[in-house]
Design a protein around this ligand. Structure first.
Ligand SMILES: Nc1ncnc2c1ncn2[C@@H]1O[C@H](COP(=O)(O)OP(=O)(O)OP(=O)(O)O)[C@@H](O)[C@H]1O
Ligand SMILES: [Mg+2]
Length: 444
């Protein structure tokens, strides 16, 4: 094992209770019990669904954010404050529009005690390395997205950081520009064209992660935990056409589309056991926030493919990122219209009937499934039936939901239940008064 450069011990992060918690945040615990080591010579990628705390973890590792519990050690020494031995490249280029390329790169060295000449020399060298030669005096607005991100890289590398962090550095770029920049960066890294000893990159893109990483860390959400650390492929297998690449992409896809599954159950049986995390048991159901129309579309697409389709292919066909595909799969699974199994989505009997049904029967099947499987809808129906007027204010349900969810998420959960329940014609919801009413009280 080579020298450990950076390490977290039992890191936990809870954002300020009073801090604004954006929509979709289920748990106030953003990261839980994170133990991660970054060794010299490694290129590590962090993958995980949106909101799993990837950026938060990166900022904690960099010392830009304090963990609520636990500590970060650099070469064995506990850190308190920004780590001067590392530099970060962000997704948004964060350039100063009123400064030239050269000046934007020089900003990276503000904290260093250098003479004007030393500074200039280093900045020009970094600009050269990163392929910006000739653009020293250009302003950001004159540059393409790819060139702007090059300035971001030059600004990070100019300080010759021991570690380079990147938070989705390619995701704001068009496909070809991203591929080009990725290739150049890998070239620099592998040929030791930069003094950096370790790289940590956050990405949404499984292909990127597999292609670049020596180790892949997959985070899970709510709370953010490390689900598994997978070893990267040997260099010669990292091309998109190799079998190793296909298999690893497939495995990661399967892991990410089965967030409630113990990773150990998803690994091929002959594989050496990687480090996996504990899945937190969740005593309550979480509704994925998707509209019924999209679930119907998904079911119909799978049906058209013979009732079974590879999730990865499905994502590609629908041109959906995993973050957008996953809630749909989750909803189909929750309603028992389909099962996610071995990286495929397979329609159940109900799912098949649902796909073949006309509009009215489709509604009926959905109604049956929602009543049988969705606990929030069950609860709404039960309480509405029990009420003498068959009418209840939304606060009644919000109060219940707030026992498990943040304020915003309680709302989001209720909104999803309203969307589904209205479609199923189980209950009506009057927006202005915020009141629920049973659709056909006499029939119940
Ligand atoms: N400053 C903050 N205050 C309160 N909550 C925050 C703050 N920053 C992030 N969060 C919440 O913490 C969780 C993790 O956020 P983070 O940005 O680290 O996730 P991520 O994995 O990087 O997501 P993405 O893939 O969308 O970039 C999210 O639910 C987010 O809403
Ligand atoms: Mg992020």
């Amino acid at each position: 094992m080579s020298e450990v450069l950076l390490e977290t011990r039992n890191v936990k992060k809870i954002y300020d209770k009073d801090g604004k918690r954006p929509r979709g945040v289920l748990s106030p615990v953003v990261l839980d019990d994170i133990n991660l080591q970054i060794a010299a010579g490694e290129f590590v990628t962090l993958l995980g669904p949106s909101g799993s705390g990837k950026s938060t973890l990166l900022r904690i590792l960099a010392g830009l954010l304090r963990p609520t519990e636990g500590e970060v050690l650099f070469k064995g020494v506990p850190q308190h404050g920004p780590n001067p031995h590392l530099a970060i490249v962000f997704q948004s280029f964060a350039l100063f529009p009123w400064l030239t390329v050269l000046q934007n790169v020089e900003i990276g060295m503000e904290a260093l005690e250098l003479t004007r000449t030393q500074r200039l020399k280093k900045a020009l060298a970094a600009i050269d390395t990163i392929g910006l030669d000739g653009f020293e005096d250009a302003y950001p607005k004159e540059l393409s997205g790819g060139m702007r991100q090059r300035v971001g890289f030059a600004r990070a590398l100019v300080v010759e950081p021991e570690m380079l962090f990147m938070d989705e550095p390619f995701s704001a770029l068009d496909v070809l520009t991203a591929a080009n920049l990725r290739k150049e960066l890998l070239g620099l890294w592998r040929s030791h064209g930069m003094p950096t000893r370790a790289i940590v990159m956050v990405t949404h893109n499984i292909d990127d992660a597999v292609q670049m990483a020596d180790r892949i860390v997959v985070l899970g959400a709510n709370p953010g935990i490390i689900r598994v650390e997978l070893p990267g492929l040997p260099l010669e297998q990292r091309t998109a056409t190799s079998e190793g690449h296909t298999n690893l992409v497939d495995l990661i896809y399967r892991i990410m589309t089965s967030p409630h599954e113990d990773v150990a159950n998803l690994l091929p049986t002959h594989a050496p056991k990687p480090k996996t995390g504990e899945l937190a048991a969740r005593p309550y159901q979480v509704l994925p926030h998707v509209g019924i129309g999209d679930v119907t579309g998904l079911i119909e697409l799978v049906h058209a493919r013979g009732g079974r389709e590879d999730l990865y292919q499905l994502g590609r066909q629908l041109q959906l990122e995993i973050d957008d595909l996953f809630p749909l799969v989750d909803a189909a699974d929750l309603l028992d219209l389909a099962d996610a199994a071995e990286g495929d989505l397979v329609l159940t009997e109900q799912g098949k009937r649902f796909a073949e049904a006309g509009v009215l029967e489709e509604k009926q099947i959905f109604r049956d499934q929602a009543l049988a499987r969705v606990s929030l809808i069950q609860r709404i129906m039960r309480d509405l039936r029990a009420d003498p007027e068959h009418t209840l204010p939304e606060e009644h349900f919000l109060k219940l939901l707030k026992e498990h969810f943040s304020e915003d998420e309680a709302w989001a959960q209720l909104e999803t239940a309203i969307n589904w329940g209205r479609y199923a014609e189980l209950f009506a919801y009057q927006e202005e008064q915020g009141v629920f009413r049973l659709e056909e009280p006499e029939a119940s």
